[in-house]
Design a protein around this ligand. Structure first.
Ligand code: GLN
Length: 306
């Protein structure tokens, strides 16, 4: 379907820009707390190679938990179905850094998109690769078609210093024998994965691979099978917004992932990937304006997976 996305994005941007949102910029680390709350950008890339963007769509931000989808993809590519012995595929219905369910379920995280699940994925990558920091970044650069994508070492160090809940999660899992490597090494990879910086343009183009059945649009190379892409999309849909996954699905109707840097990326299989950035978050840790924009986008275009 051909749509005038440029016109739609510009219209939505201006409508949503002025809606009072009442959200709060992520307070966890100074690097995120100091971001200008009024930043707002959107970019949509299609599987046909078309590009549409508006606002601060070329400015880089911390993708945070959106990176969990990329590390999951590399681990799934390497391990196949054996991956699910270590981490489940059920929505958690709990906040992204919740502890109690993990103890109750004996250290096996509900899914790979909550913090505990993403930490297990990083443990698996630490076992698979001699230099997981290098190999994960090389993988992200490959699917994004962009050799400039990088970690932000200051953001990673700051999170590591202040990540007390994540330290509790990994220690609990280690005590349940679901972490094989040194805690420090695993957390170093986890925090670097969260510190990756991308603009909306880069994020949308990176996530096109999930809209394109696992093939990189620019090169045609298959990084995962179409069945794997389908499964990752299903996990994004059911788990990508933590305890707001139902509401997000209800309002937006596209597989997507949020991060506490204020980014959200969503994909329409076979069609497009769209990334929005607005740093103010709701109480569940998801960008307020990002959700609003995607809700109206799918309503207006009639394009959702449902
Ligand atoms: N780095 C953040 C954390 O570990 C990621 C959380 C998020 O984006 N939801 O808490």
């Amino acid at each position: 379907m051909k749509a005038n996305y440029q016109h739609i994005l510009e219209e939505l941007y201006h409508v949503i820009k002025v809606i009072p949102d009442g959200g709060q910029v992520a307070p966890y680390i100074p690097e995120l707390a100091e971001i200008d709350p009024n930043k707002f950008g959107v970019h949509l890339a299609t599987t046909m190679g078309e590009q549409f963007g508006y606002g601060d769509h070329e400015e880089k931000f911390s993708i945070q938990s959106i990176g969990k989808v990329l590390s999951l993809t590399l681990a799934f590519q390497q391990k196949g179905e054996a991956l699910w012995e270590r981490v489940g595929v059920e929505p958690s219905g709990n906040p992204f850094n919740s502890l109690w369910q993990l103890e109750y379920e004996k250290g096996k995280p509900r899914n790979p998109l909550i913090n505990s699940g993403a930490i297990v994925i990083c443990d698996i990558l630490c076992t698979l690769f001699d230099d997981p920091l290098h190999d994960l970044l090389a993988f992200i650069r490959k699917i994004s078609g962009n050799a400039e994508i990088n970690y932000n070492d200051e953001v990673a160090a700051s999170e590591k210093k202040l990540g007390f809940r994540n330290a509790a999660l990994i220690n609990l899992m280690k005590s349940c024998h679901n972490i094989d490597n040194e805690i420090d090494e695993v957390m170093d990879l986890y925090y670097h994965m969260c510190s990756v910086e991308m603009s909306c343009t880069e994020l949308a183009n990176t996530f096109l691979v999930y809209a394109n059945h696992g093939k990189i649009v620019s090169t045609g190379e298959s990084v995962i099978t179409s069945s794997m892409a389908k499964r990752i999309n299903a996990i994004m849909q059911t788990c990508g917004f933590y305890d707001e996954a139902g509401e997000y699905t209800f309002k937006v109707g596209l597989p997507g992932k949020s991060g506490i840097g204020g980014g959200i990326v969503a994909i329409h299989p076979g069609n497009y990937a769209v990334a929005v950035w607005s740093p103010k978050l709701n109480k569940k840790g998801n960008s307020v304006k990002g959700m609003q924009l995607l809700e109206i986008l799918t309503t207006k275009t009639g394009l959702s997976i449902f």
